[in-house]
Design a protein around this ligand. Structure first.
Ligand SMILES: Cc1cc2nc3c(=O)[nH]c(=O)nc-3n(C[C@H](O)[C@H](O)[C@H](O)COP(=O)(O)O)c2cc1C
Ligand SMILES: C=C(O[C@@H]1CC(C(=O)O)=C[C@@H](OP(=O)(O)O)[C@H]1O)C(=O)O
Length: 384
């Protein structure tokens, strides 16, 4: 679906991470500042491990931009791994003077399956790429996509709604404020956030880890992004797939999602009304802004659940990949909880999918053409 695409490269402890984003129209103003702000947000969060004290992620734009505007060619983005200098022996491209292999597979990580599939003897050959360090590049890509969406009057925000069984009180949250504040856990219920932090503290003390749920909200999307015409053109499917592609995300729902199982049709669907000023409007948004695989003009709401981090300081029972003997899983330095970081990655992935749908619908060569096409389309819908 669509012509916007990206690819990332780099190992968690290699010298750099890189992404190439292709299909951004020419003439889009970009600010490194805005991208860096999101990179910093991704690094935050109570419960993150020692690595985040080492890194200060800053994007370098290496191609596709001149004097702050995109040229229409591939945009190359890069972030330095400061920690690499501490790992040059273990990450040596040729020869391995340190030579210490990781052989105790961590259940819940890519370790065991990866060494089998890629015929490797050292779990490090797998974990370097399976690590969610890679999500820094997704956030950089998402930053460029957010700039495109902003030029089209859209924004993507997120918040954490549950950690380790502690849920926010949704009635207390002013949804218009989401995206405007900043808190350690990207949470908009201060009382719940304190309880979440307490729970994370407890998990850390016990050598355990936690997961949770975040919500991504897309505001300002016009009617008709995506399509009902074919399975792979449905925007809800693309959004769900993009969320599931984030490391440790194990479930996604759009709008009321799994709650639909309890609701009769009379309470499930968003009834439609007409008002001279508001035009067609709804009083509810259970559909989460998507009907028939297309945006319906309401806020897009996506929730995703993150499983608890698989590296535990009180390690799980496992096997040694060489000897097949029973061992305890390896204890790499690790996060205890990274749901708030994942919420920022969720924003980035949603921004990419929506930007791709925008470029597909309105054209991807020049921002001027894209905006003219979008405005003409909106004028038609408004009956002008
Ligand atoms: C932002 C973020 C940070 C993460 N930090 C860690 C970590 O410190 N330690 C760890 O074992 N897993 C961490 N994970 C999860 C693993 O990367 C993930 O579970 C692993 O790659 C296996 O993929 P799967 O869970 O999707 O099957 C993190 C995930 C995200 C999104
Ligand atoms: C580096 C990041 O997250 C990492 C994700 C991760 C994993 O297994 O996914 C393991 C940890 O890596 P390390 O052993 O180097 O501390 C996290 O810190 C990051 O988010 O930038």
């Amino acid at each position: 679906m669509g012509n916007l695409r990206f690819m990332t490269a780099g190992e968690s402890h290699g010298p750099r991470l890189t992404a190439i984003l292709e299909g951004i129209p020419a003439g889009l103003g970009l600010s490194e500042e805005a991208i860096n702000k999101d990179l910093a947000r991704r690094q935050q969060g109570y419960g993150r491990g020692g690595r985040m004290k080492i890194e200060t992620d800053r994007v370098e734009i290496l191609s596709g931009v001149r004097f702050g505007e995109t040229l229409g060619g591939p945009v190359t983005l890069s972030v330095i791994n400061k920690d690499w200098t501490n790992w040059t022996d273990r990450m040596a491209a040729f020869g391995n003077p340190a030579g210490e292999k990781v052989t105790a597979a961590r259940p819940g990580h890519a370790d065991y399956v990866g060494v089998q599939k890629y015929d490797r003897e050292d779990i490090r050959d797998i974990l370097e790429r399976s690590s969610a360090r890679e999500t820094a590049m997704r956030v950089a890509v998402g930053g460029v996509c957010k700039a495109l969406l902003s030029a089209c009057g859209m924004e993507v925000v997120s918040h954490v709604v549950e950690i380790g069984g502690i849920k926010v009180n949704e009635d207390k949250i002013n949804r218009d404020e989401i995206g405007k504040g900043s808190s350690e856990l990207n949470c908009y219920d201060a009382e719940a956030e304190e309880k979440m932090k307490e729970r994370i503290r407890g998990a850390k003390e016990a050598g355990d880890t936690l997961g949770g749920v975040f919500e991504v909200i897309v505001r300002g999307a016009p009617i008709g992004l995506g399509s009902h015409i074919q399975w792979d053109r449905r925007l809800d499917a693309a959004l769900a797939g993009a969320m599931m592609s984030i490391q440790a995300i194990k479930g996604v729902e759009i709008g009321a999602g799994f709650e639909y199982a309890e609701l009769p049709g009379s309470k499930a669907h968003d009834e439609m009304y007409y008002d001279e000023n508001k035009k067609v409007y709804r009083r509810t948004n259970h559909a989460g802004g998507l009907e028939g695989g297309m945006t319906n003009g309401e806020e897009i709401t996506i929730r995703a659940v993150m499983k608890p981090i698989p590296t535990l300081m009180t390690p799980l029972h496992s096997i040694d990949i060489e000897s097949k003997e029973a061992v305890l899983a390896c204890k790499e330095r690790s996060d205890v909880c990274a749901v708030s970081a994942a919420s920022v990655v969720g924003e980035a992935m949603a921004a990419f999918v929506i930007a791709r749908a925008v470029v597909e619908k309105f054209g991807g060569d020049a921002m001027t053409d894209l905006l003219s096409a979008m405005n003409a389309y909106k004028a038609r819908l408004a009956g002008e």
